[in-house]
Design a protein around this ligand. Sequence first.
Ligand code: NAP
Length: 489
Amino acid sequence: MPDEMSRRLILERDDGGARHFEDGVSDPSTSVIGILGTGDFSRSLARRLVASGYHVVVGSRTPTRFVALFPEEVEVTSQLEAANKADLIFVAVYPEHHSTLMDLKQALTGKTLVDVSNGLSINHKGPSNAELLADYFSGSFVVKGFNTVSAWTLQMGARDGGRQVFLCSNSQMAKNLVKSVCHRMGFIPVDMGLLSSSLEIENLPLYLFPSWRLPVFCMLLLFIFFYLYNFARDVLHPFIMKHKSAFYKMPIEVVNVTFPSVALVMLSLVYLPGLLAAVLQLWSGTKYNRFPNWLDRWLTSRKQLGLCSFLCAVLHAVYSLCLPLRKSARFNLINQAYKQVKMGVEDSWVDEDVWRMELYLSVGIMALGLLSLLAVTSLPSVAGTINWREFSFIQSTLGYCALFMATAHTLFYGWNRAFVLAQYRFCMPPTFVLVLILPIVVLLGRVALCLPCVAGRLRKIRRGWEGNRHIRFMLPAEDCRNGVEDVSN
Ligand code: NAP
């Protein structure tokens, strides 16, 4: 690590240099931007900078070898010459090779270096690549940034207008300089503060759906459980008890009864943590106690759980539409018709079955429609256009409507089969009986929270009232008809 005091002095002196260059950056035609390295990132960056009006100098170990790969406006030269000519230099080489640039230390002193490098794996301990670069080049101002932008995005340009570039540096002047270049290239700079944030910025492109792990794991676990359960009941049972092969059901029929089971349980899991949080608040008589970590994590995963539920519901709808297309369905229909003709049955219309099916499909379609609405409003671009009350109305009120519809859909599917003994194959209750437990608990829990005595207490707690404090508490007029409510204990 360099001596902190000497670094500070250099920072003071050189910030002036950065300011000088910043004046030039406002007029790109007069400012020179350097890039060290001639790889994929360098080529895309050079093109974008040239398109934004900058004069670009690329420094290479072997300039003649790569000159043809750059637009003719770009000057491809030696690393030293590029370092001498430019005041703002992008270091587009791998972090392992930062140390090989030490010969340029003198030429880079007082200049702004943009470290665009990414690590190979997530690094929580540090130091970051940018911090190491700052140690190597203690006389330069290191800015971390552009590592979250791919070479492809640079080549295409920020067309969607929403490309963010995370920046951090210990020198505000150097950061401002890079910000203005960012703006000119059509990107949106996001100031992440000091260089100590560089570790976080370097880790950003390496995460693999961190917030999705738990919901997806949960979905897979439920899928495996319900698939095996349905397989045992619908395929194994007829095979063992009646020597009838129903293995053809495995790819579509069994999957199609598994998806709605997973969808409904996942949808219940979206609303269950909210109920648990309310129960905890009612029980402890305050909203100021922290929830246990597992509940906190569960609450923050609700969006992902909901989207997983939506995916399963959509797949169930598609599978259901495909059911009549199967050869097995056609053969079964023909066989049934033939049997009925043989038995002399002329009219196979069963009023109860017809009604059950009509209602079952109708509420199912409505549940899917509401789930689609919830999924669409969970998109940040859509959520950003509605206010908090509208968002909570859709996600909470309409969400509970969707849960109710999906529960009704399953109830219509099951009808009275829960009370038919033959349905308990291998002593296992029908799948819908298992599936209905959680949504019914959640819906009843919600109804219980709406009871005036419970809802009133919860409302007070959520506005700051605490059960174990002796305070006079006033609810707003619309929350309490008497205006002032003495809730002192
Ligand atoms: P690349 O195609 O392999 O280019 C790396 C360049 O580094 C080489 O062309 C080489 O240019 C130069 N270099 C300098 N010293 C070197 C040395 N000692 N050994 C080997 N090469 C040396 O890599 P890249 O994809 O452009 O990535 C460059 C940096 O950008 C990396 O740190 C990467 O993490 C970061 N990045 C890349 C992307 C992307 O989409 N590609 C996105 C974000 C960040 P000369 O031979 O001309 O000197």
